[in-house]
Write a protein that binds this ligand. Structure first.
Ligand SMILES: [Zn+2]
Length: 189
C-alpha cells in the first residue's frame, strides 16, 4: 500500500487533490500582427559587423505593425512574435532601404542653398519634391556646383538586426488615425 496515491494505465501517479480547486486559463500572449503596437529593442549592424544603430540606453522603439513605420524586411520577420521573443535577421537592400540609384546623384548650383555659410561633404538637406520631402546628402563641391546624392544613406546595404520584442498591445483609434504610436518610444504631441 502507498497511501492515497494510485497508478493509472500510463503509470502517472495520481495524487489526491486539495479542494477547493480552480483552474485559470493561461493568458495567451498577444502576437505581432497588423494594427498592433509593437515595442522592440534592437541593434543594427552592417555586413562587416559594425554597429550602425541601437536602442541601447533608450526607450524601446515603438511602431504600428503593417503601417510601413519600419522597413519591410524587419516587419515580416516580426510577424507572429510575442513579448520576450528574440530574433536575428539579415535583410537585403530590397527589403530595407532599397538599392542604390545612380540617377539620384545630381549637381545643383550653390546659389540654391540659402543661409548656409559653407557646404561640406556629408551635410544633409531636405528638399521638397512632388513626392514629398526628400533627404539629400552632399557628396562633393566643384566650383559653384554642389553634387548631391538623393539615395537613402542606408540604401544598398544589407542589414543585420538583433531584435527583442518587449511588448505587444492593441493600437488606440487615435494612433491608427495618426499612423504612429503615442507615448514612450513613440510621438509626444
Ligand atoms: Zn499622433
Amino acid at each position: 500500500m502507498c497511501g492515497f496515491a494510485t497508478h493509472n494505465a500510463i503509470g502517472f501517479e495520481e495524487k489526491p487533490l486539495l479542494l477547493p480547486f480552480i483552474f485559470h486559463l493561461e493568458a495567451q500572449k498577444m502576437q505581432v500582427s497588423a494594427q498592433k503596437v509593437v515595442f522592440i529593442h534592437y541593434t543594427l549592424t552592417n555586413e562587416e559587423g559594425e554597429k550602425i544603430d541601437s536602442s541601447d540606453g533608450h526607450e524601446p522603439l515603438a511602431y504600428i505593425h503593417g503601417h510601413g513605420n519600419i522597413i519591410p524586411g524587419l516587419e515580416n520577420a516580426l510577424m507572429g512574435k510575442t513579448a520576450g521573443d528574440k530574433i536575428k535577421v539579415t535583410i537585403p537592400p530590397e527589403e530595407a532601404y532599397g538599392t542604390r540609384d545612380e540617377e539620384l546623384i545630381q549637381s545643383v548650383p550653390i546659389d540654391a542653398f540659402h543661409g548656409v555659410d559653407e557646404i561640406l561633404p556629408g551635410m544633409q538637406f531636405h528638399t521638397d519634391t512632388p513626392d514629398g520631402a526628400q533627404l539629400v546628402t552632399v557628396v562633393g563641391v566643384r566650383g559653384n556646383e554642389v553634387i548631391l546624392d538623393g539615395n537613402h544613406p542606408m540604401s544598398g546595404l544589407t542589414l543585420n538586426f538583433d531584435v527583442e520584442v518587449t511588448e505587444v498591445r492593441e493600437a488606440t483609434e487615435e494612433e491608427l488615425a495618426h499612423g504612429h504610436v503615442h507615448g514612450p518610444g513613440g510621438h509626444h504631441h
